[in-house]
Each structure stands twice: as structure tokens, then as C-alpha cells.
Write a protein that binds this ligand. Sequence first.
Ligand code: NI
Length: 172
Amino acid sequence: MTVRRILTVDSDMTTLKQVSAPAAAVDDGLRRLMDDMLETMYAAPGIGLAAIQIGEPVRVIVMDLAKKGEPPAPRFFVNPEIVSASEETGPWEEGCLSVPDIYEDVERPIQVRLRYLDYNGAVVEEDADELYAVCIQHEMDHLNGVLFIDHLSRLKRERAVAKVKKAARADA
Ligand code: NI
């Protein structure tokens, strides 16, 4: 497993805006990608990562929502789809490894039903709520080139990107 560089909005906006293509098959090559993504996400650290965030435009997501002190609980999503979403929406404070150190409330459906292929290529259908629902919708946005800051007002979005750029310059 390899920790890969996570693309960020200050230097990689064009790639992050790409729409990812469905994975053709869940094979060893794709599992290697998922392993790298998980390693990269844990190293960051973060709770979710889409393949495009390491520059791979394929519809794959990794996630681990285990709380501090709980054993790791990695989840893998290949070609995920939202089957249905609740009409009720709610705000949740989101952040993103590609938009470091920015946290803002985003309004989304509070419950969704998902269908995806797991690490072994089996079809899974399940309901997600709370943090799981937020995280999967956030990550699935990445597959369509959408960032959580795209859900904010233009002013807040531009301010967020400017802040990330300024921090990147300070680090350089
Ligand atoms: Ni993100």
C-alpha cells in the first residue's frame, strides 16, 4: 500500500472538477487502488476519500467512520448510486481533505438509500443516516466533480479557496 498525494483546490482544481468514470470491474488492480486510497486517507487523517482526490477519475470511495478508540472499520464503495433520498434535509458541518482547514455547514438529505459494489464486487444495498449519509453524499459529489464548497454561497466559496491558496503559499 502506498500513501499518495491528495490533490487540493489551490493547485489541482481542474482535476478535482473532473467527472469520474464507472469502474469496469472490481479486480486486483482496483483493489490495489482502494488499498492505496485507504492508506492515504488514514495518513491524512480523514474519514472519507474519493479516487479523484488522488488523481484517479474512477467512481471509487473509501471511508472509515469508526470513532476514536474503536477498531478500524474500512468501507469501500465502487460505482455507488443513491437509490432514494429523504425529503427532509439538515445541516452538517463538513470538511474535505482537498479543501484543508475549511469547515462549513452544508444542507443535505438526512437519509439516503445506497447501492454499490463492495471490495469483493458484491452488490450491497443499504440505508445511511447521520454522519454516514453526510459522508457518502459528500464523497459521491466528488465523483461528479462537485466539492462541498460548491454548496456554499459564491462569497464563502471564493473566500475558502483564497484561504487554502494563502496557506499553501505560506507552507511553500
Ligand atoms: Ni471531500
